[in-house]
Design a protein around this ligand. Structure first.
Ligand code: RFL
Length: 402
């Protein structure tokens, strides 16, 4: 381990202290470093954890453009897989949308988030970037002034303090940046009342498309990750324990909801990761509080139904880098003043589409009048998506767009 990545130096200063080494923090770190801005990344977890945390996989065309612009896309071009088709399965049949040829004609690139994070970290370190793993930010103080400080704790419990001109809160939804917001910050929060059992299976994808199965027993989803790994989702009861279902029961339920008997069997394998995800959305407004700026999941959390989170994180990191470079290198604070407004336009667009997807993928499962009404609306929405080119173009533009 070199000095640059030590976990034993909790004191210091930098023009920009970045909290969190996820897609947002590491994209920001790379862009600031390339512009000659003095910055440091403080990360709670150790390096191995950061590089192996499997989450997102579908990168929007704009995300690839951002990473391309800054020379950060080599790995994803080499190993990522272009993807432009999704398939909807219902109890009356199935249909496909080649969304890559609809709307703006843009595709996703399937590239596991942990590979993207590894690429960003490797690039950052090779360029001389400073990062401290196992350094947890506890609070951000004095953000209203020109010298904010970050109180930290190293893995061995030793306390420390970092001084900055700006603090970039890229430490996710439960991080120190959110905890340190003033009472004037507004948090919009919505619980969609739906939960998913998120699964990673050691099995090749079962179809060459994203699969969305809308079934009377609940939603099931299929998303490729690599040639050997596939992500599946099963709608489950709120409060369910991740290990409540045996592997056999999971494959049986996936097969049932995805209509394996009619549309072909699923390629099964060992399920090596499982977690229960409560579908929730939130947005912090504004994203700037004096010298503290939020990006990525710290700024907004779109429910994962539309795969927007990592894409927003990269987009916001680029906008934040531009704003900080204008201020710190050119003495022009105007871009920083606009940062929150520029991001929020993208964030609310993503929230709106994610909300629409949640309505599309889930209907109440009961047999009462209210459930019947919503299930019928949902059927009509799906039928419109199946038959209307205008609706399909709108879907494609929003599905890949960010
Ligand atoms: P991250 O990736 O959570 O990184 C935050 C980092 O901050 C560290 N940290 C701290 N460090 C210092 N001090 C503290 N007090 C700290 N607290 C936390 C953490 O250890 C971590 O390293 O946030 P970032 O950079 O904002 O990136 C956001 C994305 O990770 C997230 O939005 C996506 O994973 C969401 N998401 C998806 N997004 C997509 O764009 N496409 C997808 O296909 C997609 N699939 C998904 C997803 C999220 C999922 N889960 C986990 C709900 C699939 C799933 C299952």
């Amino acid at each position: 381990m070199t000095d640059r990545q030590t976990s034993t130096a909790p004191h210091g200063s930098a023009d920009v202290v970045i909290l969190g080494a996820g897609p947002a923090g590491l994209t920001l770190g790379n862009l600031l470093l390339a512009a000659g801005i003095d910055c440091v990344v403080l990360e709670r977890a150790d390096r191995a954890h950061v590089q192996t945390r499997a989450r997102a996989g579908f990168l929007a065309a704009n995300t690839v453009r951002v990473l391309d612009r800054h020379g950060l896309a080599e790995g994803l071009h080499r190993r990522g897989i272009p993807h432009g088709t999704c398939e909807f399965r219902t109890e009356v049949g199935r249909f496909r949308l080649d969304y890559g040829t609809l709307g703006r004609g843009e595709q996703h690139t399937v590239y596991p988030q942990q590979d993207l994070v590894t690429d960003l970290l490797t690039h950052y370190l090779a360029a001389g970037g400073r990062i401290h793993f196992e350094t947890e930010a506890l609070t951000v103080d004095d953000a209203a002034g020109a010298r904010p400080t970050v109180t930290v704790r190293a893995a061995d419990g030793r306390p420390g303090r970092w001084q900055a001109r700006y603090v970039a809160g890229c430490d996710g939804r439960h991080g120190a940046a959110r905890r340190s917001l003033p009472s004037t910050a507004r948090r919009h929060h919505r619980d969609h009342g739906v939960s998913w059992l998120g699964l990673l299976a050691e099995a090749p994808p079962s179809l060459d498309a994203v699969g969305y199965a809308l079934h009377g027993r609940g939603f099931a989803g299929h998303m490729a990750r690599t040639a050997e790994v596939t992500r599946y989702y099963l709608q489950c009861e709120r409060g369910a324990a991740p290990d409540a279902w045996s592997q056999e029961r999971i494959w049986e339920e996936l097969g049932l909801r995805m209509g394996a008997a009619d549309h072909g069997p699923l390629r099964q394998g060992r399920i090596f990761q499982r977690s229960v995800i409560d579908l929730q959305s939130d947005v912090i407004e504004p994203l700037r509080h004096g010298s503290l700026l939020l990006a990525g999941d710290a700024a907004s959390l779109p429910a994962p139904a539309a795969a927007k989170g990592a894409n927003l994180a990269v987009l916001e990191a680029e906008l934040l880098a531009e704003a900080l470079i204008d201020d710190l290198s050119h003495g022009d604070p105007a871009t920083l003043d606009r940062y929150s407004r520029r991001c929020l336009a993208h964030i609310w667009r993503a929230q709106e589409f994610s909300h629409w997807m949640i309505q599309l993928l889930h209907a109440p499962l009961g047999s009462d009048e209210e459930s019947h009404f919503h299930a019928s609306l949902r059927r009509s929405r799906i039928e419109s998506l199946r038959t209307s080119r205008t609706h399909q173009d709108w879907f494609a533009e929003n599905y890949v767009g960010i």
